[in-house]
Design a binder for this molecule. Structure first.
Ligand SMILES: Cc1cc2nc3c(=O)[nH]c(=O)nc-3n(C[C@H](O)[C@H](O)[C@H](O)COP(=O)(O)OP(=O)(O)OC[C@H]3O[C@@H](n4cnc5c(N)ncnc54)[C@H](O)[C@@H]3O)c2cc1C
Length: 496
């Protein structure tokens, strides 16, 4: 491909993805690279990515992000998981927590012991064995060294971009304001050589990172890489989003509430709440979606509702020639499990680990693309699972979801759990066994059998195990602070 080494990196786009890429490359490889970012104030950013998963903390750790400063500057709150409502059946509720469930011996996961207990009428709810779920439901959160709690954040996406910009610029990233009007390529190889801004300025580079959002100005409009459409599995294609005043102290979790044609989110920040309705335009008009969202609000809106269109799928190669697509330019899975920010932070870290210092070659590109494909397909399957396992039949939307054919990889997982009670985390996979088990059970997938490690104990021993775990969690939660009290002392918002 190109024996030419890579030193000059040009990042096209300054949304969350662009600034994440700039921050990571400058903080981790700054001294050996020359990094430029181009963004256009006229085009603007999507700016609705507000809920994350715990891997964001690992990303921040690598970049030496100061958690308290970051949370203050982004109006952030803590997130312990997602509370699902009305998904399998109207009126149902379940929690997908970020923590581990119970205590698992090497032979199998705790949920098997719980299933054994349940079959004998003991053990109560699976939620009783998750510290994160119990704390979330009590509205509590605290960090201290003796508290093993797994968490992520809710934050203001626009403020997060500004925070990352500060990190990037202090790490030497040069920022250009202006719209890219044309892209120049080498005639022979098709490699991108430079971009020209509306001002006429030409910016050249060795490697181009396309963070221009859904359009994919470089990866698609220039290189015509192609897009694999997943709408037949994930049917929603629009969102309408609005912010409201807080109706009370912020909850330390995201709410995902299913409606007849999709679902809606509720994401609490310190000074406001993000709300959005996700829907399939084949079943619901934009006007009705907005009316449905506005009718569901529990506090006055503070801005005007905004419509966002999207197409679920993945770019066929996120690295093509000397262009790597990061963020929405690389593909999109709807925000049900808050996977987007994770996916692009992971792809940026993969790039740091596989950086083409001595030139771009086919093997490297194929390796990188394989990593990215596996990551997004795992996330895709996990999100499809929620839809496939619905028992709702109250609308065409839910009937289509329940009746769809899912990818073979997911079909096998569902069968494995149904037949043998086995959930698993694939090699390098994001979602852990406990995540799969919580969602499968929460969506009413009933296993015919399970690992009988619980049957190795008599009923008295089982009861003792359950009671011990429950009381440890209950005592811990009782001593924790309400989240808002902790936020006020740890990272009070800079929003006035
Ligand atoms: C409805 C919805 C809800 C979401 N919720 C979540 C969530 O809860 N959690 C999560 O992890 N993710 C979520 N996401 C995804 C998240 O919003 C995105 O992954 C994230 O915002 C990254 O966007 P981006 O930077 O790739 O693109 P954008 O924000 O679209 O930024 C594109 C950038 O490219 C620039 N640009 C474009 N064309 C040009 C040009 N010609 N010249 C110069 N600059 C140009 C723009 O100026 C802008 O700076 C959600 C997405 C949607 C649609």
């Amino acid at each position: 491909m190109s024996a030419q080494g890579v030193k000059k990196v040009v990042i096209a786009g300054g949304g969350t993805a662009g600034w994440c890429a700039a921050a990571a490359l400058s903080r981790l490889l700054g001294p050996v690279l020359d990094i430029t970012l181009i963004e256009s104030a006229d085009i603007g950013i999507i700016g609705v990515g507000e809920a994350t998963i715990p891997t964001v903390r690992a990303f921040h750790h690598l970049l030496s992000v100061d958690e308290q400063a970051f949370m203050r500057e982004t109006d952030a709150t803590f997130k312990l998981g997602i509370g699902f409502e009305n998904w399998a059946r109207e009126g149902d509720q379940y929690f997908h927590s970020f923590g581990t469930i119970g205590k698992s011996p090497w032979m199998g996961h705790f949920y098997n012991i719980w299933l054994e207990g349940r079959s004998r009428g003991i053990g109560g709810s699976l939620d009783d064995y998750s510290l994160e779920t119990k704390a979330a439901k009590a509205g509590k959160f605290q960090i201290h060294k003796n508290l093993p709690i797994n968490y992520a954040y809710h934050f203001d996406a626009v403020m997060y971009g500004k925070y990352l910009r500060k990190l990037s610029e202090s790490g030497g990233v040069k920022r250009h304001e202006g719209e890219i009007k044309s892209v120049q390529q080498q005639a022979e190889t098709g490699f991108i050589t430079s971009v020209t801004l509306a001002s006429g300025e030409v910016i050249s580079g060795d490697l181009f990172i396309d963070c221009t959002g859904f359009r994919g100005l470089l990866i698609e409009e220039t290189l015509h890489t192609g897009y694999e459409d997943w709408t037949h599995w994930l049917r929603t294609d629009r969102a309408v989003a609005v912010q409201t005043q807080p109706a009370g102290p912020p909850l330390p979790y995201t709410k995902s509430i299913a409606h007849a044609d999709g679902w809606r989110w509720r994401i609490p920040l310190q000074s406001r709440v993000g709300n959005g309705l996700i829907y399939a335009s084949a079943h619901l008009s934009d006007e009705d979606a907005e009316a449905r969202l506005m009718a569901s609000l529990d506090a006055p809106a503070v801005n005007t509702p905004r419509l966002i269109k999207y197409r679920t799928g993945r770019r066929k190669q996120i690295w093509n020639k000397n262009c790597v697509a990061v963020g929405l330019a690389s593909g999109f899975i709807e925000p049900l499990e808050s996977t987007s920010i994770h996916l692009f932070q992971k792809s940026v870290l993969d790039l740091v680990q596989n950086f083409p210092f001595f030139g771009i070659n086919d093997t490297l590109v194929a390796h990188y693309n394989r990593l990215a494909q596996q990551e997004i397909e795992y996330a895709r399957d996990f999100v499809i699972l929620h839809y496939k396992l619905t028992e709702r039949s109250d609308s065409a939307f839910w009937r289509e979801n329940a009746g769809m054919d899912v990818p073979d990889s997911l079909k096998e997982r569902i069968e494995l759990f149904q037949e043998s009670g086995l959930a698993f985390q694939g090699p390098g996979e994001l979602f852990r066994t406990d995540s799969w088990a919580q969602v499968m059970l929460g969506q009413r997938l009933e296993p015919k059998g399970w690992h009988r490690l619980g049957a190795l104990m008599n009923e008295g021993e089982l009861n003792q195990v359950f009671a011990g775990l429950k009381s440890t969690i209950d005592d811990t939660v009782a001593k924790m602070l309400p989240q808002d009290a902790f936020l006020k002392q740890y990272c009070p918002t800079a929003v006035v």
